[in-house]
Structure formats: structure tokens, C-alpha cells
Write a protein that binds this ligand. Structure first.
Ligand SMILES: [Ca+2]
Length: 184
């Protein structure tokens, strides 16, 4: 009997721990077009049949397209304001579409921390998820900035999750409860 109680207690504790972990799992999905502010050469594009919501943001191709790593021509960017419900370490993912090997990345700047690079993978001409940095965030408001690094880079959505094993596959459903937009 004592053993049964012990086993029952352990099972109950495991279930409680699992449900707490489940409850604390957060996924923040933001459309590229959900920006709080945008600065050229970052631009919004609409009418897409492939991008979620029909829209994305991008650094338009220059003519001639940069074919060497010369550095960005401007600091064009989109700033996003999000409300993080639970403090933790979040993995950043971007649903991107790259032009070529010289148009396949963005700088990402979280609040006032040094920039990181997302992209530099070899999938061109189709929307796909790219894994970015792991970011430690407090609960509350944060600013995420996607900034020009190379022309020909497009962003449909980005995602932040504290579940390090989560791997997005398709376009995700946006989570408006975490997104702060300018008041109209
Ligand atoms: Ca979109």
C-alpha cells in the first residue's frame, strides 16, 4: 500500500510538472507587415499569393544587385514592438525568402543589444523558416528590429518561442495579443 501511494505521488508530481511546462510554453508570431515603424529602404510589399496575409517586408533589389560583401547601403529597418508574457530564453525564427547568396540575411537587433545575423542559408526563391539567435527576454515590452544587411531579402513572419525544440514548417497563425501597433 505504501508503495502504491509513493508511485501515485510520483505520477501526480510528474503530471503537475508537465502541465506547468506546457502552460509556460509561449509562441509569439508576428507578420512582417505588423511593424511598429518602418524606415527605407525597408519596404512593405502586398498582393503576394505565397506570403502569409498576402504581405511581407523586404529590402528591394538594387540595380546592380550587390554581388560582393560590400556592406549595406543604408540602415533601412522595420521595428516591431512585442509584449512578452513570460520571461525566458526564446529562439528566434524568420519566415524568409532570399534572392541569392548575396541577398539572404538580415541584421536583428533586440532592444539595444548588439546585432546578430539571421539567414546566410542556401535556400533561394522560396519561403522557408530560418533559425536565428537565442534571446533572453524579460516579461514585458521589447523592440525587435530587422535591418538591412543585403538587398533582395524578404521577411514574411517571425516567431519567438521558449520551446527550444519547436521547429516551424508552414506559415504560422499570428498572435495579435503579443503585438503592439501604433494607435491610429
Ligand atoms: Ca506576412
Amino acid at each position: 500500500m505504501r508503495r502504491l501511494i509513493a508511485v501515485t505521488t510520483i505520477v501526480a508530481l510528474v503530471l503537475v510538472a508537465a502541465s506547468l511546462a506546457w502552460a509556460a510554453t509561449v509562441k509569439i508570431v508576428v507578420e512582417g507587415e505588423d511593424y511598429f515603424s518602418i524606415k527605407p529602404s525597408m519596404a512593405k510589399a502586398t498582393g503576394s499569393t505565397q506570403a502569409s496575409g498576402g504581405a511581407y517586408i523586404h529590402i528591394p533589389l538594387r540595380r546592380p544587385h550587390a554581388t560582393t560583401e560590400t556592406g549595406p547601403a543604408d540602415d533601412g529597418n522595420a521595428r516591431f514592438k512585442i509584449n512578452v508574457p513570460v520571461a525566458g530564453t526564446y529562439t528566434l525564427w524568420a519566415r524568409a525568402n532570399w534572392y541569392d547568396s548575396c541577398g539572404n540575411s538580415f541584421f536583428v537587433i533586440v532592444d539595444n543589444t548588439p546585432s546578430t545575423v539571421i539567414g546566410e542559408d542556401g535556400t533561394y526563391g522560396s519561403w522557408h523558416w530560418v533559425k536565428g539567435a537565442r534571446i533572453t527576454l524579460t516579461a514585458g515590452q521589447h523592440v525587435i528590429r530587422f535591418q538591412n544587411r543585403e538587398d533582395g531579402a524578404k521577411l514574411d513572419q517571425f516567431l519567438l518561442t521558449n520551446n527550444s525544440r519547436y521547429v516551424p514548417v508552414r506559415a504560422e497563425t499570428r498572435t495579435p495579443q503579443y503585438i503592439i501597433r501604433p494607435t491610429q
